[in-house]
Design a protein around this ligand. Structure first.
Ligand SMILES: NC(=O)c1ccc[n+]([C@@H]2O[C@H](COP(=O)([O-])OP(=O)(O)OC[C@H]3O[C@@H](n4cnc5c(N)ncnc54)[C@H](OP(=O)(O)O)[C@@H]3O)[C@@H](O)[C@H]2O)c1
Length: 297
């Protein structure tokens, strides 16, 4: 079932266009604005109204959705339109840091703008499909009021709490996980190729290994929650020795090892602190302890 809420989409990059298309597809009268207007052409052809300015775009909007490159850009377009935004709801689906989200929420509160922050955890092609994952933070009643309109974006949508920085905090933690793991993947393919292994040969074994990583996620969280690091399978010292071999083999083939050396340095600090016999998950606890030591120094 669709409702016909007036939606304004500010920012029509790859993601902004996908969002605006979804609102249109679900019957919401949709106004679009982008710094480079031509990116709105296909949306206008599909029935969107093009606005000449941000202030014009938000006039009459029940919901203003922002999706630009970062919060500096979001602020550049929102701040001059503060008067027009007064009393309206902004949902900012731009990605940035938790503090940037909290700062923008404070600016919105100062200017009488209802503000929800959000992060999109999946690529453009998932929008308006069951595979989309979007997370939000900010006032609970505001989220509940606009959830029926935001449902047009599809998939799984979760409100994670009143702190406006919470969605961005989940976002940066998950980006950390994904792209640091992906850095290992890119290096592994280069190392395998340098050793004469075809990509196609590596893929099935790498997929099996990725399955092991996925299977270890819940246990990692449980160990950290329970402060329980007894090694049942492999000790940190053994794992570090394995990573030593990766570095030696990579250096032998002339490959950059900066990511692997950074991981190894972190393991060695933990081993030096007496955790060589512990499970790999102890590294999260060591990072947190190091942070506390720095903040109390
Ligand atoms: N693409 C994805 O699959 C994906 C997935 C999850 C999350 N996200 C997040 O979604 C956000 C947008 O990503 P995207 O892929 O749509 O990026 P994009 O295609 O590079 O588009 C960037 C957008 O930001 C606008 N912009 C940049 N600087 C601006 C400024 N100073 N003032 C006004 N507008 C400005 C651009 O306007 P112009 O067209 O005028 O340059 C454009 O509309 C990012 O935070 C990204 O992390 C994207």
């Amino acid at each position: 079932m669709t409702t016909s809420t007036q939606v304004t989409a500010l920012g029509l990059g790859n993601m902004g266009q996908a969002l605006a298309r979804a609102f249109l597809a679900h019957g919401h009268p949709t106004t679009v604005w982008n710094r480079s207007p031509a990116k709105g052409d296909a949306l206008v052809a599909a029935g969107a109204r093009r606005a000449g300015s941000v202030a014009d775009a938000v006039a009459g909007a029940d919901l203003v959705v922002v999706c630009v490159v970062d919060y500096a850009a979001a602020r550049q377009l929102l701040e001059p339109a503060a008067a027009a935004l007064h009393g309206r709801t902004v949902v900012n689906l731009t990605a940035d840091t938790p503090d940037a989200a909290r700062d923008l929420a404070a600016w919105a509160a100062d200017h009488g703008v209802d503000y929800l922050d959000g992060s999109i955890m999946t690529p453009t092609i998932t929008i308006d499909t069951p595979d989309a994952v979007l997370i939000y933070s900010g006032p609970d009643d505001l989220y509940r009021r606009h959830a029926p309109t935001l449902a047009a974006l599809g998939g799984t949508q979760r409100h994670l709490g009143a702190d406006p920085g919470r969605a961005a905090a989940f976002d940066v933690a998950l980006l950390d996980f994904f792209w640091t793991a992906a850095a290992g993947m890119t290096h592994a393919f280069a190392l395998a190729k340098a050793e004469g292994i075809d990509d196609a040969e590596l893929v099935p074994l790498a997929e099996d290994l990725a399955g092991l990583l996925q299977a270890s996620i819940a246990e990692h969280g449980e160990r950290l929650d329970g402060d329980r690091y007894h090694a049942d399978v492999a000790t940190l010292a053994t794992i570090a020795a394995g990573l030593d071999h990766v570095v030696a083999a990579s250096e032998r083939r002339g490959l950059d090892t900066s990511v692997q050396l950074a991981a190894l340095a972190q393991m060695r600090r933990a081993i030096d602190a007496g955790h060589g016999g512990d499970d790999h998950s102890v590294l999260s606890a060591v990072l947190l302890a190091e942070r506390e030591a720095v903040s109390t120094a």
